[in-house]
Design a protein around this ligand. Structure first.
Ligand code: PMP
Length: 398
């Protein structure tokens, strides 16, 4: 018998499964709102001009393809820290930052999870209810028990902050709390600055281990404004983790560009933490790929390219906002009784629309419009060519 005879078929990834169904759909007016990718107004994944310029400059030199250090490129890691905490930040000065380049935000979460598992094998990991669909699987596959903390309140379409805070204050010291630093995926509902301050205090009071997932810096209000949670934790003196992803903000999805940053209590501790993190990396994939990180480092360290990138990032942010406003206005113009104005206030690429699973099913069957069964849609998949069609369809199914 085959050694694989007992291998069971794994369940399909819900979102990638949606993509497969979309690709197989032959309708020419089909729309995929299920993705987690930013498309431009022509429905294409953009190649940012700043990225293109940095890439051309790099390839002109035909750089050799040697191994990177285990923790990746130093200039890249410093650039990551500066985006998170601002240039010349006190944490770097104090030697409290350990950053390793990682394979996207997912890779950063994974090496963080593996490191944490060695550090506190018995800890429970708490993720928001709901959360990015890979959080649970990722921490479970690192060996952790994963539970939800209350987060989304469907009636207010905001955060159940009282529930969230009470839950945090009830967890065992050493529990790991995964927090979306901005642009909560999938709900688009973020905490206020004042609420972040309370979360920091709750983590301090209970001795929790915060793990901030920063996958959308610059997609809500801007680089600095979107770092408010990170900065609040930075000012607290606590130790914590951050996973960064540049998949969206640099439109470099397939290059796998991310980083894990661990905030320690001091320089000597940082040396020990880095040495262990390097062991985790070495036994997973040895060292990260060169190209994507080199491009991001080049853009962020050149004043002209950085300004160009910030403009392009603002362009993506503004276009998503325009699609939010546009969709709400178009639904209103179609006399939809249900009030969708909350969509304008949600942040990032996604909206929890409140569409039911049955309505989502109908959108797919009757209109070739694909969304996640939870009612999550990606606003960045709307454009001036498809928005009227989508508004027509939603008006008909609600
Ligand atoms: N965290 C969140 C909240 C995400 O939405 C995503 C991806 N969409 C990731 C992490 C993973 O990012 P990457 O694609 O860079 O691995």
């Amino acid at each position: 018998a085959s050694i694989f005879a007992a291998v069971e078929m794994a369940p399909r990834d819900p979102i990638l499964g949606l993509n497969e169904a979309y690709n197989a759909d032959t309708r020419s007016n089909k729309v995929n709102l299920g993705v987690g990718v930013y498309y431009n107004d022509n429905g294409k994944i953009p190649l940012l001009a700043a990225v293109k310029a940095a890439e051309e400059a790099r390839l002109k030199n035909a750089p050799p393809r040697g191994y990177q250090p285990i923790e990746g490129l130093g200039a890249y890691n410093t650039a990551v820290q500066n985006l998170l905490f601002g240039a010349g930040n006190a944490l770097a000065e104090a030697g409290r930052l350990v950053t390793a380049e990682a394979l996207g935000g997912t890779g950063a979460l994974k090496i963080g999870a593996d490191f944490l598992k060695r550090l506190s094998p018995e800890a429970t990991v708490y993720i928001s209810d709901p959360s990015w669909e890979n959080h649970r699987a990722l921490f479970e596959s690192a060996g952790f028990k994963v539970e939800n903390y209350p987060y989304y309140d469907a009636t207010t379409r905001g955060v159940n902050f009282a529930g969230m805070k009470a839950a945090l204050l009830s967890y065992a010291p050493g529990s790991v709390i995964v927090l979306h630093a901005c642009c909560h995926n999938p709900t688009g509902a973020d905490l206020s600055d004042a609420q972040w301050a309370e979360v920091v205090e709750a983590c301090r009071e209970r001795g929790l281990v915060p793990f901030l997932d920063m996958a959308y810096q610059g997609f809500a209000e801007g680089i600095e404004a979107d770092a408010v949670a990170v900065r609040a934790f930075a000012a607290s003196g606590l130790q914590f983790f951050i996973s960064s992803s540049f998949s969206k903000s640099f439109s470099l999805y397939g290059e796998r560009v991310g980083a894990l940053t661990i905030i320690t209590s001091g320089k000597e501790e940082s040396g020990r933490v880095l040495s262990q993190l390097k062991r985790v990396i070495r036994t997973n994939y040895s060292n990260p790929p060169i190209h994507g990180g080199a491009i991001v480092a080049a853009v962020l360290s050149d004043a002209g390219l950085r300004a160009q990138w910030e403009d392009e990032l603002a362009g993506m942010r503004d276009r998503i906002r325009a699609m939010r406003t546009g969709l709400v206005e178009k639904l209103k113009a179609r006399n939809v009784a249900q009030d969708f104005s909350f969509v304008v206030g949600q942040r990032g690429m996604f909206s929890y629309t409140g569409l039911t699973a049955a309505q989502v099913e109908k959108l797919k069957d009757e209109y070739g419009i694909y969304a996640v069964s939870t009612g999550r849609i990606c606003l960045a998949a709307l454009n001036n060519q498809n928005i009227d069609y989508v508004a027509d369809a939603i008006a008909k199914v609600v």
